[in-house]
Design a protein around this ligand. Structure first.
Ligand code: KE4
Length: 428
């Protein structure tokens, strides 16, 4: 019998490119038909055929409290009746900004936008406007959204689909984008020396999540901080994934390295479209209407998105044991994965920090994009489907990190590990 998801996928492709509104959802690299979801609650999602899944995608990060978190849903319901948008300033936006400043030391000012892409695009423009310089460094395998300048050796869907150059991104847009391997400080030093006085910014995912989960080597982020201090380069932490997840203050707090600008998305909106960029007051003062670095958005600070994000962040800020919980659950998952993977004899690497984790079928450490790309990602695709068939919803790509929400409990982890064991046996 043809599944409802298959029927929906066929129908979707008549009207939506690839049948999806974001490429990574299309299962292109793992094959098969994307699962069409109909509802979700807590750690579980339910597809159009009524199958249930333990969710380790979390909508690619936002659902840190689990799906349909009551306080968030109630706040949205209450606010919706007061109009869904004003296009005028509201007190709620001030409360959101003040809460973020309380949670994230070093964010003197913050501007709301509607996606992580918009946040990163705006932060780069701001760094360029502040320094009067054009060039910037990004890292191979990092993904900062789909603004033209970032679509150079990027991660996430571009890595998944092995898109090396993106049609429509002009040489002019990409010319000032310089790239280095993640964790390679020497390569950064060489680029800086060869472009003395021309670099506006270094942008990095402080813990990378778009080539699987890649952890910064000891001293790597600190080294970038020193280089930026010496050279007057703006250090931008793209915390769209790590923000409010690794700690209330994100990676800056967790890893003890201060960025000049930081970008947010995902968790900050509690599942609604919210992004933000913020940081040092002297830099943020350059943003219109204070300065001439223009950035704007009809729905920036939208009241429904704000109340969803504010309720999420306030829940996290007022219940900081949530961080202990999601870290402990992820550590339990790591231990279980390690046990069954070791028992299977299959070469693997597990990268993990906080509530971000990824499994790579690799016989060597995975510390940058080249390592992630050279892993046995065909086996990952097979593993993905075995897990999906057993009710475990992993990211459909080896170039993505798994996310753990506070709704995932010990029983869910046990079910997941049992599914891993069965999947590996079926793959033997
Ligand atoms: P959005 O524009 O998708 O809200 O955010 C872009 C972005 C920026 N920076 C980082 C570190 C990100 O991970 C992202 C988006 N992440 C992908 C998942 N790898 C979003 C999923 C998708 O593209 O559908």
């Amino acid at each position: 019998m043809v599944s409802k998801s298959s029927q929906l996928f066929s129908r979707a492709q008549q009207s939506i490119p690839g049948g999806v509104n974001s490429p990574v959802r299309a299962f292109r690299s793992v094959g098969g038909t994307p699962v069409f979801m109909s509802s979700a609650s807590g750690a579980y999602m339910y597809d159009a055929d009524g199958n249930s899944y333990i969710d380790y995608i979390n909508s690619w990060g936002p659902m840190i409290l689990g799906h349909a978190y009551p306080a968030v849903v109630d706040a949205i319901k209450e606010r919706a009746g007061m109009s869904t948008s004003f296009g005028a300033p509201t007190e709620l936006e001030i409360e959101m900004a003040e809460l973020i400043r309380q949670m994230v030391p070093g964010v003197d000012m913050i501007r709301m936008v509607s996606s992580g892409t918009e946040a990163c695009m705006s932060a780069l423009r701001l760094a360029r406007g502040y320094t009067g310089r054009n060039k910037f460094i990004k890292f191979e395998g990092c993904y900062h959204g789909h603004a033209d300048a970032f679509l150079v050796k990027a991660g996430s869907g571009l890595a998944t689909f092995n898109i090396q150059t993106v049609p429509g991104v002009t040489a002019g847009a990409a010319n000032d984008t310089l790239t280095a391997p993640y964790n390679d400080l020497e390569a950064v030093r060489e680029i800086v020396a060869a472009n003395k006085g021309e670099l506006a910014a270094i942008i990095i995912e402080p813990v990378a999540g778009n080539m699987g989960c890649i952890i910064p080597a000891p001293g790597f982020l600190e080294g970038l901080r020193s280089i930026c201090d010496e050279e007057g380069i703006v250090l931008i932490f793209d915390e769209v994934m790590t923000g409010f997840r690794l700690a209330p203050g994100g990676a800056q707090e967790r890893l003890g390295v201060r960025a000049d600008l930081v970008t947010y998305g995902k968790v900050i909106g509690g599942g609604l479209p919210v992004g933000a960029f913020g940081g040092r007051a002297d830099i943020m003062q350059c943003i219109a209407p204070l300065g001439n670095v223009y950035q704007a958005g009809t729905l920036s600070g939208n009241p429904i998105a704000m109340i969803a994000g504010y309720t999420t962040l306030k829940t996290l800020n007022d219940n900081r044991d949530i961080y202990t919980t999601i870290d402990a659950t992820t550590a339990q998952l790591h231990d279980g994965l390690s046990d069954v993977l070791n028992a299977s004899g299959r070469k693997h690497v597990i990268n993990h920090l906080g509530s971000m984790i990824s499994v790579h079928f690799s016989d060597k450490p995975v510390t940058n994009f080249a390592d992630a790309a050279s892993a046995d990602n065909a086996s990952f695709a097979t593993f993905f489907h075995h897990m999906l068939d057993r009710g475990i919803y992993l990211p459909p790509s080896a170039f993505e990190t798994w996310f753990i929400s506070s709704a995932v409990n010990g029983d869910d982890v046990a079910k997941t590990i049992a599914a891993v064991k069965d999947s590996l046996a079926a793959m033997a």
